[in-house]
Design a binder for this molecule. Structure first.
Ligand SMILES: Nc1ncnc2c1ncn2[C@@H]1O[C@H](COP(=O)(O)OP(=O)(O)OP(=O)(O)O)[C@@H](O)[C@H]1O
Ligand SMILES: [Mg+2]
Length: 364
């Protein structure tokens, strides 16, 4: 059996006793890709990563790396290296010896080994820190030592389990940029675990959104944001509004819907999920809604302004709309707001949107 991706995961599942931690997952990760596993605590991210590394054995299915089945390959013979969340570096060793640690079995000439360590120190921007003890470093510096220690072995795949989890926000953002730069410059495949959606969106070429041991959707950050397929994905990534309704008819590629809070509307795109007579759910992003003081032409919802948050460049609004369980979230550039800016809480307001702003979701 051959595989499609550089890493190919085929029907891989994992049970711990009677507990099913990973359902049957299939996906491919391409060479050189920055691929993230994103999901809430306990959804199975670490378990999947540990199966790639060989620290856990799948209960079913097969993992291929670079075309080779991994089932009989022990962790130390796999072309992968793993960076753990709590950057396990040796406090009693200096930075150079920490970075060179994995090379000790390779019996390299000293000059060669030193040159490799120097290269890594430059890469993670720690030149000049080689003789420091590891326990005299900041959190971010330790993290970079852990990365250098993994990278010096030139793995084909680097597995990173929430490597920035322990850092404060500012350092985290700085390290995100460094990670991305590092990944680009060394060109190896990264499989990166995070529960932070912004981090995943910023860093990744593609993201697998996980929930309850399953992968809900694998897509680029842009596609996950613009075209989430299900309600679960749509509500997990960013803020989303949902509208429920019923399909009236499909004619010439147009679909007539009866939306509970709006009435009848036409949407231009046919969608496989759309069946006449069925209930359906639509999603719409806060920034795709336009506010008006008076009823605009075309389809619109009427509601009352419940809350305004001023954020400098933008404002966020909550608008209570009869027929919607949750208030509608709207986000707008303050420069574009005009007369809306002066609205008081409780004031009537109309919401409209562009045709392509409505996302049809699978499932009701
Ligand atoms: N060795 C084990 N024995 C039994 N259950 C386990 C074992 N390892 C993990 N689990 C369970 O499998 C599920 C997935 O765990 P996992 O560590 O993969 O989650 P995670 O997505 O990495 O979560 P977090 O974001 O909190 O690190 C959890 O419910 C966990 O309790
Ligand atoms: Mg984990």
């Amino acid at each position: 059996m051959s595989s499609d991706g550089f890493i190919s995961i085929r029907n891989v599942g994992k049970s711990f006793g009677s507990f099913r931690a990973i359902e049957s997952i299939s996906m491919d990760i391409q060479q050189g890709e920055f691929f993230s596993l994103l999901g809430a605590s306990g959804c199975g991210k670490t378990t999947l990563l540990r199966m790639l590394a060989g620290f856990e054995t799948p209960s079913q299915g097969e993992i291929f790396i670079d075309g080779q089945p991994m089932s009989d390959v022990p962790p130390f013979e796999r072309p992968v290296n793993m960076v753990f969340q709590n950057y396990a570096i040796f406090p009693h060793l200096n930075v150079r010896d920490n970075i060179a640690y994995g090379l000790r079995k390779q019996r390299l000439p000293k000059a060669k080994r030193n040159a490799m360590v120097d290269e890594m120190l430059d890469l993670v921007q720690l030149a000049g820190y080689g003789d420091r003890k590891a326990d005299e470093l900041s959190g971010g510096q330790r993290q970079r030592v852990a990365l250098a220690r993994a990278l010096i072995l030139k793995p084909k795949v680097l597995l990173l389990d929430e490597p920035l989890g322990a850092l404060d926000k500012q350092l985290r953002e700085q390290m995100q940029l460094e990670l991305r730069r590092l990944q680009r410059s060394v060109g190896i495949t990264f499989v990166f675990v995070t529960h932070d959606q912004e981090e995943a969106l910023t860093l990744s070429d593609r993201i697998a959104v996980m929930q309850g041991g399953d992968v809900l959707q694998v897509d680029t950050p842009n596609a996950l944001y613009e075209q989430p397929r299900t309600r679960d994905v749509a509500s997990f990534i960013g803020t989303m509004n949902f509208l429920d309704g019923r399909v009236l008819s499909r004619v010439n590629g147009h679909t007539k819907l009866d939306i509970d809070a709006v009435g009848e509307i036409d949407i231009p795109t046919p969608h496989p999920a759309i069946v006449e007579g069925d209930r359906l759910s639509l999603a719409i992003r806060p920034e795709k809604i336009v506010l008006h003081r008076a009823a605009p032409d075309g389809p619109a919802m009427q509601g009352n302004l419940e809350m305004t948050s001023y954020l400098g460049e933008r404002s966020h609004f909550h608008i209570r709309v009869p027929g919607c369980v949750e208030p509608m979230a709207v986000s707008a550039q303050n420069a574009d707001l005009g007369e809306i800016r002066a609205l008081e809480e409780g004031a009537p307001v109309w919401l409209s949107w562009h045709d392509d702003a409505l996302i049809v979701l699978d499932g009701k």
